[in-house]
Design a protein around this ligand. Structure first.
Ligand SMILES: Nc1ncnc2c1ncn2[C@@H]1O[C@H](COP(=O)(O)OP(=O)(O)OP(=O)(O)O)[C@@H](O)[C@H]1O
Length: 469
């Protein structure tokens, strides 16, 4: 649970601080030292900062916008033009969303608005140093590409960088937040983080916060003693205790009740927990990896997720790309699972015709790898022969948008390109949205940018069969 454990990772980082307020400079020095950065170079105005630039390379720069002789934006632009890999954190006393957006557009990694809590500063610094350390490694990474990484199959550039990121963050004990669409492999990523870490010999405990009823989730996480509530017939350890020394994967964390969030925050802050009905506390050492398909920033904004918990968990973000952005990995995965299921079912199927491959590459896979696995499994169960051809693929997969035209990397042959009628596109997009949101009309209509009643009307006019979505 110790979050300040990146000394070796950051000890060689070169940090530039551009700030005229001495008290803040002292604060930055102290926190950077806590993170293992020996001595940052400090400039107190634009002129001094510009003379320091050439002394790089810089890994991290903290830049105040309001400097005595000009704007920190100028320093940032010149710095990034010279050292594009430098992670920049912009700091401002002005409360302005515009400024944050402007900073992000200009290439800043993060934006801090004064006054800020020390905890927020530490998290920002650690994230920025982590990013800088990763981009250094990426630059120097010359090893062979791998098709496999723990449970992952995938050779694409995006997956190579995921593998590298996982290897890098495995050295740290800090919480990781895994983002990605449903079925994109978030649990697999959490497992890989665990397997690559020093905790690999200890348990990996996954908990799906969305699938456990509200009255049981507390007991599931923290445990209970006999008699704590009706039905508690015996003492029971919760997931935190079961994962002691290892990794706890909290899937769909955004679904956690707000009161349970408060308890979770306490456990993360203190490393101590109390089982339901127990007066004694227990110390646990758990690395937490969380995931959600929701935008957690939006959940914080609309008050369904605690901001303090968000910052506590959101130390290292990891975003898995959707399957449709992994190019030829689709075929790699399809072949792997075809072989696997053909063997299990005693079938001869050993590949896909070029037309079938083209369709697999064009389908947007809203259910990601899980959808691909289920598709291949069904194809194997229902068909025989040597090769999977077009006729064997489900119509859901065949009748999709022509993604090859949108993404030339997915193209197999010029002849495969077809123009899809707009009415068909609309129908497919509606089907995709309903599928993605488990037929929830409200969520699907929001995603489609139309009113729920409009979606109802369209479904009716299209004679939509919801069982076929
Ligand atoms: N790159 C991959 N290679 C091989 N198998 C994969 C890959 N990605 C995902 N899978 C498999 O796909 C299925 C879904 O993956 P996983 O459960 O990790 O997704 P998820 O993002 O956690 O989904 P959800 O959000 O619905 O919980 C699992 O069977 C997993 O083993």
């Amino acid at each position: 649970m110790n979050m300040l454990s990146n000394f070796s990772l950051f000890s060689t980082a070169r940090v530039l601080v551009v700030e005229d307020a001495l008290t803040l400079v002292t604060q930055y020095r102290i926190h950077l030292q806590t993170l293992g950065v020996a001595s940052p170079v400090v400039a107190s105005d634009v002129a001094e900062a510009l003379t320091q630039l050439d002394l790089g390379p810089w890994d991290l720069a903290l830049i105040d916008i309001g400097l005595p002789d000009g704007s920190g934006f100028e320093v940032m632009q010149r710095l990034l033009a010279r050292w594009p890999e430098c992670a920049v954190v912009v700091i401002s006393g002005l409360e302005s969303m515009d400024l944050a957006v402007q900073a992000a557009h200009a290439g800043a990694l993060d934006f801090l608005q004064k006054p800020f809590q020390p905890e927020r500063l530490i998290i920002t610094l650690r994230n920025a140093l982590q990013t800088a350390s990763m981009s250094r490694q990426l630059k120097g990474w010359t090893t062979q590409k791998s098709d496999r990484f723990y449970g992952f199959i995938g050779r694409s550039e995006v997956m190579q960088s995921i593998y590298l990121t996982i290897q890098t963050i495995a050295k740290s004990h800090a919480p990781v937040f895994v983002y990605g669409e449903s079925g994109a492999g978030k649990e697999l990523a959490a497992d890989a983080i665990h397997q690559t870490s020093e905790r690999a010999q200890r348990p990996f405990v996954p908990v799906n916060c969305a699938s456990i009823p509200l009255d049981l989730i507390e007991s599931e996480l923290f445990g209970h003693v006999r008699g704590a509530f009706t039905g508690a017939h015996a003492d029971r350890d919760g997931a935190f205790v079961l994962a002691d020394g290892g990794t706890l994967f909290l899937d769909e964390i955004a679904e956690l009740d707000i009161q349970v969030q408060a308890k979770l925050l306490r456990v993360l802050q203190t490393g101590e927990l109390r089982r339901l009905g127990d007066s004694r506390t227990k110390i646990v050492n758990v690395r937490v990896v969380c995931a959600s398909h929701r935008d957690l920033h939006a959940c914080v904004r609309n008050g369904t997720f605690r901001e303090d918990l968000f910052y506590r968990l959101h130390v290292i973000p990891l975003t898995l790309p959707p399957l449709r952005e992994r190019g030829q990995d689709i075929l790699l995965l399809a072949h792997h699972f075809l072989k696997l299921y053909a063997k299990q079912e005693g079938k001869q199927l050993e590949g896909f015709t070029p037309e079938a491959q083209s369709v697999l590459l064009r389908h947007p896979w809203p259910g990601n790898v899980r959808e691909l696995i289920n598709t291949v499994r069904a194809v194997v169960a229902l068909n025989s022969g040597d090769l999977v051809d077009l006729a064997m693929l489900p119509s859901r997969v065949k009748n999709e948008i022509d993604w090859a035209t949108a993404n030339p990397a997915n193209k197999v042959s010029e002849n495969d390109i077809r123009i899809t009628p707009l009415a068909e596109l609309e129908r497919l997009e509606i089907s995709r949205a309903l599928n993605y949101f488990n037929k929830n009309i409200l969520n699907a209509s929001q995603a489609l940018g139309i009113h729920p009643s409009t979606l109802h009307r369209k479904l009716k006019s299209m004679n939509f069969d919801s069982n076929r979505i």
